[in-house]
Design a protein around this ligand. Structure first.
Ligand code: DHK
Length: 150
């Protein structure tokens, strides 16, 4: 176990409508709240010697600003960009500028859903993509990030 100050920082970033987890279409997104997911990320991260910070925004520009601020501060990003995955150019541009390795994450299996969810502007830049495992995907992503950063 490393001391707090030597732990690598990892940002868990959630985009639009993910603040509604728990009540939003539970058959698709599960019944775990975002607060529960974030608490689990912090404790699972600590077990992996990662210092996890969690943030959520419904605003594309705010997500862009946080990704920019991650440059030189965060060792990795786990990103569920919600619907911006399929529409945003600004978010992948920010990720390229920030030069922070990231894992793309979706709770649902986007490939088993509507066709417009099959395309992601993030996937070509991501270290990897995790989708379809619900809230458990966040701990899988942290495990993968720990390996990437090792
Ligand atoms: C979350 C969303 O809000 C959708 O817009 C994406 C993703 C899928 C998820 O599965 O976590 O299409």
């Amino acid at each position: 176990m490393k001391t707090l100050s030597t732990r690598k920082n990892v940002l868990v970033l959630n985009g639009p409508n993910l603040n509604m987890l728990g009540t939003r279409e539970p058959a698709i997104y599960g019944s775990t709240t975002l607060a529960d997911i974030e608490a689990a990320c912090v404790s699972h991260g600590a077990a992996l010697d990662l210092a996890v910070t969690c943030r959520q925004s419904n605003l594309e520009g705010e997500l862009v600003t946080w990704i920019q601020e991650a440059r030189g501060v965060q060792a990795g990003i786990i990103l569920n960009a919600g619907a911006y995955t399929h529409t945003s150019i600004a978010i992948p541009d920010a990720l390229t500028a920030a030069e922070v390795p990231f894992i793309e994450l979706h709770l649902s299996n986007v490939f088993a859903r509507e066709e417009f969810r099959h395309h992601s502007w993030l996937s070509p830049l991501a270290k990897g993509v995790i989708c379809g495992f619900g809230a458990k995907g966040y701990s899988l992503a942290l495990d993968a990030m720990a390996d990437i950063l090792d």
